[in-house]
Design a protein around this ligand. Structure first.
Ligand SMILES: *Cc1c(COP(=O)(O)O)cnc(C)c1O
Length: 383
């Protein structure tokens, strides 16, 4: 059979509106970010601006490249960093800006990319939630100098684990290819375990089994039996694991090709759910995703701000609604000791406040009405 890696790259090239030779594939999204930073020459003495509302693997990639993260507070409406805050945070050490499509929502990417050009600072889009969405008609990831995507279990489409780097222009290509040559291959065991997990998921994942599977997945992950999204080291001491810089395997690419075929249908379903949730929340005068960002938002998850989160989560579980638990901390999933990553919660009050209130409504449920009814019933807990 033909090598699935080039075939996957060619499908991605169409989705992402980029020539195939500006797309590189990795074992995980974070690895794609690391490769981009290295290709940009970001390293010792450099600082990288990023949202104070992200996944800990983002600052980790910056540390592994030898640079330091600087966290910028988010806007409580868009859950992203406004252009002005990035601008105000620039110093003479700033070498790159990472802007994120939080929960699939992209904001001001055109202005952020322009800011980077004016100041001679690289811009990178964290599109790990935003594959398939767009901003002002341009696919997420196409404004900045580079972008990275994740195809981990819960991202817009999945290959189990996986990462994609997309370059915005020719000038970075040669440098990225140089870095790319250093990658190692996933081991036969890693490939086998991943293939097994993908098959198990296809066989067993239904809304009814989601909660049980998620629990057993966490348990199996802790026991080292399924390919987890993070090495324990990555959430403990921030040191780069020895086998971090891995390329994508054929198993992942094969899965990716099939998943991309089903993506348009899923996107349509998520966008419809996003529209329905927004309508309901807007009618009740609650916080909701701002209309100004429609209709391009990919709605991977629907963020909701709640008053008594533990109660809301347990009631949702009883009602059989699979809520997401993303970004319950400014550096998901690390809850304590964020100073180790150089983040002071007090310096980023909006991100800190949102992280204490946010839950994620599902947007890909077969039975959306069930989730809508639950939301109606527990509206008293919604902000
Ligand atoms: C998931 C995620 C990543 C990393 O993706 P992996 O494929 O797990 O490495 C980076 N940034 C954000 C915001 C994410 O949610």
């Amino acid at each position: 059979m033909k090598d699935p890696i080039p075939r996957f790259r060619s499908s991605l090239a169409q989705w992402l509106d980029a020539p195939e030779d500006r797309i590189a594939l990795y074992w995980k999204g974070r690895v794609a970010l690391y490769a981009i930073l290295r290709a940009m020459g970001v390293g010792k003495g450099d600082e990288v601006l990023m949202p104070a509302f992200t996944c800990v693997v983002v600052p980790n990639a910056v540390f592994y490249a030898g640079a330091k993260p600087r966290y910028v507070d988010i806007d409580p409406d868009t859950l992203n960093v406004p252009y002005e805050r990035f601008e105000a945070a620039i110093t003479d050490k700033t070498r790159a800006i990472i802007a994120q499509n939080t929960f699939g929502l992209s904001t001001e990417m055109d202005r952020i990319a322009e800011l980077g050009r004016q100041k001679g600072i690289w811009t990178i889009e964290d599109c790990t939630h935003g594959f398939g969405g767009s901003f002002k008609g341009v696919p997420n990831g196409a404004y900045c100098d580079a972008a990275f995507y994740s195809t981990q279990w819960n991202k817009p489409f999945t290959t189990g684990l996986g990462g994609i780097a997309r370059l915005g222009h020719e000038s970075l290509k040669e440098a990225l290819m140089g870095v790319h040559k250093e990658r190692i291959e996933p081991t036969p065991k890693e490939r086998m375990v991943l293939r097994g997990s993908l098959m198990a998921r296809d066989l067993f994942l239904t809304p009814a089994t989601y909660g049980i599977l998620r629990k057993s997945y966490h348990w199996l992950n802790e026991a080292g039996l399924v390919p987890g999204s993070s090495d324990p080291q990555e959430v403990e001491d921030g040191k780069m694991p020895g086998d971090y810089f891995k390329g994508m395997s054929a198993v992942q690419a094969q899965k990716g090709i099939r998943e991309l075929e089903r993506l348009p249908e899923r996107l349509a379903r998520r966008q419809k759910a996003g529209e329905r949730y927004t309508e309901l929340l807007e009618n009740r005068g609650k916080w909701h995703v701002p209309r100004s960002t429609f209709p391009d938002h990919a709605f991977l998850k629907y963020p909701l701000l709640v008053r008594d989160r533990d109660r809301f989560l347990s009631e949702a579980e009883k009602a059989g609604i699979p809520l997401g638990d993303w970004f319950l901390s400014p550096l998901h999933p690390v809850k304590e000791g964020l100073e180790r990553w150089g983040l002071d919660r007090k310096a980023v009050p909006e991100a800190d406040r949102i992280a204490r209130k946010v839950v994620n409504l599902p947007t890909d449920m077969e039975d959306l009405e069930k989730a809508m009814r639950f939301l109606e019933r527990r509206m008293d807990l919604v902000e």
